[in-house]
Write a protein that binds this ligand. Structure first.
Ligand code: ADP
Ligand code: MG
Length: 729
């Protein structure tokens, strides 16, 4: 069902694009077959068998596909690490040395190949487990080899497992210093397509087709941005003459890649603003009344600014599609309430969707008092709402008797209908997909509700531009006054007694404490045992202190009960899994203790820490871990101790993990990049977006002659995407 909703969006997008192109004179010249559509088996040196492997392993089917199989690094034949100087800091090393002591051990699956590589400065062990026999046949003792791989420390010595290895052939003078290195696989290698083999195919291909490589960007952009033309960029990305050319080629292709993503997103935004009418909410007396009489605190400057920005949106006549980013604790909830009030005087209803029941419940309770004061009806709908209550609620909603409805995914169901849905707020976006957003759009006939997506996981700017580039963005970059920065420390498990002592002192001060255990599905049973054991040891250590326990396997009713006890300060310690990760707000809780903290990702740690520091008291976060930490685990904890700034953390996260791993990005497909790297190429991305913006301002429908290459390229991109979609379903 999700799939079909998503397809719907896809169709919608392409529909509207096609419509805009029908009138465009440029549309007639697209869709011609070119040499790049030629099946890869027809390339000299490929043939049927290799073509099959290429398709299976790398999804390379055509000349064009192979041409865009870019090297992932280059061997600079002048730069080698001295073996004796390998250090733990080296993520990967390129070595040159003589091979000795080649040894093949074991039988069948246990077969194992070892060899020593030696240069003047020292020696290192090379090891193979897979395909050991096959590799052994290739290697010759006493010859000089170039080796590339990731060093691991075993005891006091380094070794490289499954390194790339190649016989060293002294350079001919005129040959490039840069050898491209391509991704390949064991199966490809077995068919003679190791990196060198691919490079040879590439040479054949480029000789044959390079004259037909067409420009995809208008001349004006190429000149203004001082870019390499596409033909030379592709030639030099595969066979760079020197570093300078390589840089230029890379730069050009990165720009192109990011530019077309931005162009698509901005086009989509343009089409929406053009076509999707939104309700107009101009005067807002109810909002004004609430602001004057009931607002419990002064808004921060950032909150005020965002409310103003959004008020502009809902007067514009177009549908609002906005992303609100604000660090944990920056006060997004009250902002969302003020926004929902904007529709009240126009008989428009609002919904607020949260990712969990606990969170929905908390929003409901937080807003109920405000609604009562204003004489508005608010209700809550979740998976555990009883049938009878639900039936009545749905009827009232349909008749417009409910002004604001808070809920979970349950709100997306088709039977949830409104009289007039004016504003949708989606809290903590990363738990919801594009498909869900689209379902909300379809709740009305003939017009779209305004949509505000709120996310508390700060997303690096570069990533936000790519994931949410079709949305307008508002940022709350200011915490309410009087907040003290949370103090964060890292403690080893061996110091647990001291941590208990600290907990007691905080309880004596009247504060409350969260104690969180990791929970990942693979080792669920074990994790629950950890949680139960932790709970028992807390009971023993604090016999007089009331303790709650909370985890995902409990019934919603019981979860709710325990959460309420903690929220009401009836229990002082809450032992929980990450179910409390998002959104929960108990201002009196001032200590967050995270067990096995090395097992969490950075953004998760930041989310968890954000549960404290919500009141005026000094708050603390204690990251517990064993002594044994991976390099990345250690780095994550260091970042947490160093900063409380969510955006800084998000950037570190991106650097450590890469864009593909950031929560919520997998399903979007938007960050499936060939050459650009969102962690490093922020500057190029920024320029690419600006250039795309500029271009669409001047030629919104891409009708100008000089923009024809863009139309053709977009068409090709869309064709490729359609293929991908059909493959998924
Ligand atoms: P988040 O942005 O993480 O969703 P919340 O909306 O839960 O943050 O707000 C965190 C806490 O800050 C709540 O207790 C809320 O009442 C309080 N708060 C929000 N805005 C302000 C403000 N301008 N001044 C003081 N407290 C505020
Ligand atoms: Mg929140």
């Amino acid at each position: 069902m999700e799939q079909s909703a998503e397809n719907n969006i896809q169709n919608k997008l392409t529909d509207s694009n096609q419509e805009s192109q029908e009138t465009a004179p440029n549309s007639k010249k697209i869709n011609q077959k070119t040499v790049f559509d030629t099946k890869i088996e027809f390339l000299k040196g490929v043939g049927g068998l290799r073509a099959e492997v290429l398709q299976k392993e790398l999804n390379i089917r055509t000349f064009g596909d192979l041409l865009m199989h870019l090297p992932f690094r280059y061997e600079d034949r002048t730069q080698f690490q001295k073996i004796g100087l390998i250090s733990e800091e080296d993520a990967a090393v390129q070595l040159k040395g003589r091979l000795r002591n080649i040894n093949l051990w074991g039988e069948g699956k246990k077969k194992r190949l070892e060899a020593i590589l030696e240069d003047a400065s020292g020696e290192v062990k090379l090891v193979w487990f897979r395909g050991a026999g096959w590799v052994a046949k290739k290697l010759k003792e006493g010859h000089e080899y170039i080796v590339y791989g990731r060093p691991n420390m075993y005891g006091r010595n380094f070794s490289l497992a499954h390194p790339e290895i190649e016989l060293h052939i002294p350079l001919e003078k005129e040959k490039s210093y840069f050898q491209p290195v391509y991704h390949t696989s064991e199966k490809m290698k077995a068919k003679g397509m190791d990196s060198r083999g691919i490079s040879n195919l590439m040479q054949t291909l480029i000789r044959q087709v390079h004259k037909e490589i067409e420009e995809t960007l208008p001349t004006s952009i190429i000149e203004k941005q001082d870019l390499l033309d596409r033909r030379r960029a592709i030639v030099h990305i595969h066979f760079p003459k020197n570093t300078e050319w390589l840089e230029k080629a890379r730069n050009r292709l990165k720009f192109e890649e990011l530019f077309f993503i931005q162009l698509q997103l901005l086009q989509l935004k343009l089409v929406r603003t053009d076509k999707n009418q939104g309700l107009i909410f101009e005067k807002t007396p109810t909002l004004a009344k609430f602001y004057k009489e009931h607002l419990p605190f002064e808004l921060t400057g950032a909150q005020k600014r965002v409310v103003k920005e959004i008020h502009q949106d809902v007067q514009s006549g177009s549908q609002m599609n906005r992303l609100l980013q604000g660090d944990v604790g920056s006060g997004k909830t009250i902002v969302s309430f003020l926004i929902m009030l904007m529709g009240i005087d126009y008989e428009a209803q609002s919904c607020l969707m949260a990712p969990t029941e606990i969170l929905a419940q908390q929003h409901y309770e937080g807003l109920k008092g405000f609604c009562d004061a204003l004489g508005l009806r608010i209700d809550i709908l979740t998976g555990s709402t009883r049938t009878k209550a639900r039936r009545e609620m749905l009827e009232d909603l349909k008749e417009g008797k409910i002004h604001i409805i808070v809920g979970t995914h349950a709100l997306l169901e088709d039977r949830v209908q409104f009289q007039k849905l004016g504003i949708c707020v989606i809290d903590e976006q990363h738990r919801f997909g594009v498909a869900q957003r689209a379902k909300l759009w379809q709740k009305n006939e003939g017009f779209f509700p305004h949509v505000l997506v709120m996310t508390a996981t700060p997303i690096p700017r570069t990533l936000a531009m790519t994931l949410y580039g079709d949305l307008d963005v508002s940022i709350i970059d200011e915490l309410p006054a009087g907040r003290k920065p949370i103090k964060t420390v890292h403690k080893f498990d061996a110091h647990r007694l001291r941590v208990f002592g600290f907990m007691q002192s905080q309880i004596d001060l009247g504060r409350q404490i969260y104690l969180v255990y990791p929970l990942i599905e693979e080792s669920e049973t074990l994790d629950y045992k950890n949680l139960e054991d932790g709970y028992e040891s807390i009971r023993r250590a604090f016999p007089d202190v009331p303790v709650s326990i909370l985890h995902g396997k409990m019934k919603p009713k019981d979860k709710d009960f325990e959460m309420q006890r903690f929220a009401k300060n009836e229990t002082k310690i809450l032992v929980a899994t990450t179910v409390i990760e998002v959104g929960v707000n108990v201002p009196n809780a001032s200590v967050m203790i995270i067990e096995n903290s090395e097992r969490f990702g950075l953004s998760q740690l930041h989310q968890l820490r954000g549960r404290v520091g919500r009141g005026g008291e000094q708050s603390y976060c204690v990251l517990m871990s064993g002594y044994k930490l991976s390099k990345e685990g250690k780095k994550r904890l260091e970042v947490m101790v160093r900063t409380v700034n969510g955006f800084e953390i998000a950037d570190e996260d991106l650097k450590l993990r890469g864009a593909g791993d950031i929560a919520g990005t997998q399903q979007s497909g938007a960050v499936d990049l060939r050459i650009a790297d969102l962690a490093r190429d922020g500057e190029i991305l920024k320029v690419a977006r600006e250039v795309a913006q500029e271009l669409l301002k001047e030629d919104p429908k891409l009708e100008k002659e000089e923009n024809l290459p863009l139309v053709i390229t977009l068409e090709n991109i869309q064709k490729a995407q359609t293929i991908n979609w059909s493959r998924i379903s």
